[in-house]
Write a protein that binds this ligand. Structure first.
Ligand code: ADP
Ligand code: MG
Length: 273
């Protein structure tokens, strides 16, 4: 296959050539359009090991698309994404980049766990089977070992007694906690959450946020798109404000919420706070 040029209009980040770049997640010069609609406009973001970054911003800002580029569910037009110094979706041979093929992409994607708004559990599998599916079929973990780790993960999200229950018999909050256990099962380097509580009844939001807070405390690297501003303030090391495909402001929560520097951040916060 021909090499691809994914750094068309930007100088490569120092260290990309050698494969040594800072941060568990490094996003550099990412642009993405759907047809004529520019959805990601020159995005740079680095997330350190153990860091918790919350992404906020209005609907249509490109938040979901940005998360999806991090695990190569969405291909970028230009720019690079690396997880723990490994380019996602591409490999370097000599001076050129080549797009990886499916099995290799899937292996690298295993470094990134993702939790969606709508849980996306396999309906025909029990909670435990949902958790062990990827370890067994993608990572080749022996079944007994995968089941034991799967039970531990379900216990960690407070669902030790629901291992053999099918998703339709679980509440939304319980289904989302199974989804979190499933995302942890491949021992990802970073966990991405896309509005993990937006589909939940209000009384079920707390139990899911509690699990995420626990992960944050235990040093898991997290990137969370959320409308839960109070939660973001409590759990995040840094807040990213996005609008119209651009990152307009990045700051620690104390600073961003008390003294936003961009007028669009101020206007957004005035609406949601
Ligand atoms: P957010 O998550 O911040 O609400 P999204 O990343 O979902 O924003 O979407 C950003 C913009 O990209 C929106 O205008 C949306 O309609 C558009 N978009 C998202 N996915 C696609 C797609 N697959 N095809 C075309 N347009 C898309
Ligand atoms: Mg979204």
């Amino acid at each position: 296959a021909a090499p691809v040029s994914v750094v068309a209009d930007r100088k490569p980040l120092a260290g990309f050539e050698s494969g040594r770049i800072g941060g568990e997640v490094a996003i550099h010069g990412v642009n993405k359009s759907f047809g004529t609609l520019k959805v990601l406009d020159d995005i740079d973001l680095t997330v350190g090991s153990g860091e918790v970054v919350a992404i906020i911003g209005p609907s249509g800002a490109g938040k979901s698309t940005l998360l999806r580029t991090i695990n190569h569910l969405e291909r970028v037009n230009t720019g690079l994404v690396a997880i723990d110094s490994e380019l996602i979706g591409y490999e370097r041979r000599g001076d050129a980049l080549y797009e990886l093929k499916e099995p290799a992409i899937r292996r690298r994607r295993a470094g990134v766990g993702m939790v969606f708004q709508n849980f996306n559990l396999f309906p025909h599998l029990t909670a435990l089977e949902n958790v062990v599916e990827a370890p067994i079929s993608v990572a080749g973990v022996p079944r007994e070992q995968a089941l034991a780790s799967g039970r531990d993960l379900l216990a960690r999200v407070g669902l030790a007694d629901k291992a053999d229950v099918y998703p339709r018999h679980l509440s939304g909050g319980q289904q989302q906690r199974v989804a979190i256990a499933r995302a942890l099962a491949l021992r990802p380097k970073v966990l991405l959450f896309d509005e993990p509580t937006s589909a939940l009844d209000p009384e079920l939001v707390g139990e899911v946020l509690d699990v995420i807070k626990e992960l944050a405390k235990s040093g898991t690297t997290l990137v969370i798109v959320t409308h839960e501003i109070g939660f973001a303030r409590e759990v995040a090391d840094r807040i990213v404000f996005m609008e119209a495909g651009r990152i307009l402001e990045i700051a620690a929560p104390e600073r961003l919420f008390s003294a936003p520097t961009h007028h669009r951040t101020r206007e957004f916060l005035a609406k949601v706070l």
